[in-house]
Design a protein around this ligand. Structure first.
Ligand SMILES: [Zn+2]
Length: 145
């Protein structure tokens, strides 16, 4: 890790994505892990000030997820990086993938209320869901006519 990680984190897209996941995970952790001790994230990315003044406050499990997500993002071999849910390279370990999916599902819609509208919208327009809704609408219209 070390130098190469710092180098990758200097890319604003890499830092921005990490910040987004940090925001999302903080929202998720606050809602889902309310009874758990939470601390400002002390990850490799946080040490590089990737999160600026908004260091996510999370529990130990969420901190581990974020530190993992930082590394995955930093070392993502795709450039430009595709939307993770569309990517054919499943670089997350299955349990981390599942955990991050939960975070997205929970925090995506809620992030709109927390002033991350653009980031929220970007992640809310999850193709699969959009497609599913469009199909449901089409079916409804079909029934009506
Ligand atoms: Zn948590």
């Amino acid at each position: 890790m070390g130098d190469r990680f710092a180098e990758r984190m200097a890319d604003p897209r890499v830092a921005g994505d990490s910040r987004l996941l940090g925001d999302f995970t903080a929202i998720y952790c606050r809602g889902r892990h309310a009874g758990t001790a939470r601390h400002p994230l002390a990850s490799a990315g946080a040490a590089l000030h990737v999160y600026g003044r908004r260091v996510p406050v999370v529990c130990d499990a969420c901190a581990e997820l974020l530190a993992y997500a930082e590394r995955r993002r930093a070392f993502c071999p795709k450039d430009p990086k595709p939307f993770c849910s569309y990517c054919d390279t499943h670089c997350y370990r299955p349990e981390m993938r599942e955990a991050m999916r939960d975070v997205m599902r929970y925090a995506g819609p809620r992030s709109m209320l927390h002033g991350h509208a653009i980031a929220g919208i970007r992640h809310l327009i999850d193709g699969r869901r959009a497609k599913k809704e469009a199909a449901a609408r089409a079916a409804q219209e079909g029934e009506r006519s």
